[in-house]
Ligand binder design. Sequence first.
Ligand SMILES: O=C[C@H](O)[C@H](O)[C@H](O)COP(=O)(O)O
Length: 232
Amino acid sequence: MDKSEQDQLKKEAATKAAMMVESDSVLGVGTGSTVAFFIDALGERKEKEGFSLKHIVTTSNRSKKQLEGLGFKVDELADIDQADLTVDGADRVDDNLDGIKGGGGALTLEKNVAINSKKIIWIVDESKLVHHLSGFPLPVEVLPVSAEQNFKRFEVEGLKPQWRLDDNGKRYVTHYGNYIIDLAADPTPVPYGLADYLDHTVGVVEHGLFLDMCDEVIIAHSDGTIEDKKRK
Ligand SMILES: O=C[C@H](O)[C@H](O)[C@H](O)COP(=O)(O)O
């Protein structure tokens, strides 16, 4: 699939999700290229229907700027109790609707918004689908103070760590001033053990395994169909 075909699929999934957002609700908005299409589609609804939302919270400055550019007011997570719905992208989604996220480095705020949402919908093109989570390095955000030790331990554990770098070849720094170590080793067919290990590793701020969180995935397929897959 070439990039323009993939973008078309991302747009289709995003447009469908934008139609599912209820007016006057509290909406969480994720990050990434698929979400950028979602924000555009929300803007179109605002323009055509006068559609408005009670509150919007986002998971990155990129999404915030795009929303504000379309005239939406964006609140902080601390200003709301819970989002009615959060719509986000994903890097990989498996058969259980578990996912890997954080390819764009926004995993920490994404997980915080996700766990404070009544419902989570992911929007993806079919290239993101896998039976078991694999094929995408797992992002782990670490505190600079412990980053070297975390990296060495991940090596010993066989997790194949790699420092994420920015465009200048320097260590990528997150919104919160931390580093990201991408683990190239695929999570096992059952990724809960790895999530538990990372949850209990000192210095790990957050990781990109989003397990038991997503309620529904909207998948745009290259045969023109749009699948709406719900958690069983
Ligand atoms: O940190 C980034 C997020 O987890 C994105 O939702 C994810 O990387 C998918 O991004 P895209 O829609 O650009 O493939």
